[in-house]
Design a protein around this ligand. Structure first.
Ligand SMILES: [Cu+2]
Length: 163
């Protein structure tokens, strides 16, 4: 007999969420990468020339794959549930061809010292955190990646052309 075992009372209390995730201005969040610069004067868009939005998560780095050269500010949001980082790395080698080795004494990372040049990184980002990185990009091939152990091999890498 189990006629009284169905008292599974799920009480959903509408909590007051004092810090809803709306700290960033909304505006036009067009996902298209910045195209050729237009010389129409200052627009009302919150995305300035040189601003590049990036998200990192398990297991991908999401950014425009063609970026104009010049001063660039990456706004990198960790939309995953683990700690991640963002590294901008200039290299002639395609992302898939950089060997997984060890780095700084840890296995399952690429060696940033031997495959190209680290031009900047955000440092580790907690889940939900946003970090910014401002660099001046010169034309060439880049790989954007997260080099926490195993993350590169799991897919957190992206070939990018700066032109
Ligand atoms: Cu990662």
């Amino acid at each position: 007999m189990s006629r009284s075992t169905w008292y599974v009372a799920v009480i959903v209390v509408p909590f007051m969420l004092s810090a809803a995730a709306c700290s960033s201005a909304s505006g036009d969040s067009s996902p298209t990468p910045t195209g050729a610069a237009t010389s129409m004067g200052t627009s009302s868009s919150p995305v300035r020339p040189g601003d590049v939005p990036v998200t990192v998560q398990q297991w991908s780095v999401n950014a425009p794959t063609t970026i104009p050269a010049g001063p660039t500010t990456f706004s990198v949001k960790n939309t995953g549930t683990k700690e991640h980082e963002f590294v901008a790395y200039q290299t002639d080698t395609l992302a898939a061809d950089i060997p997984i080795a060890s780095y700084e004494g840890e296995q399952n990372r690429i060696n940033e010292d031997t495959n190209g040049t680290n031009v900047g990184e955000t440092g580790d980002l907690d889940p939900g955190a946003t970090g910014t990185l401002t660099v001046t990009l010169t034309p060439g091939h880049y790989v954007f990646f997260c080099n926490l152990p195993k993350h590169y091999a799991l897919g957190m890498r992206l070939d990018v052309t700066v032109q």
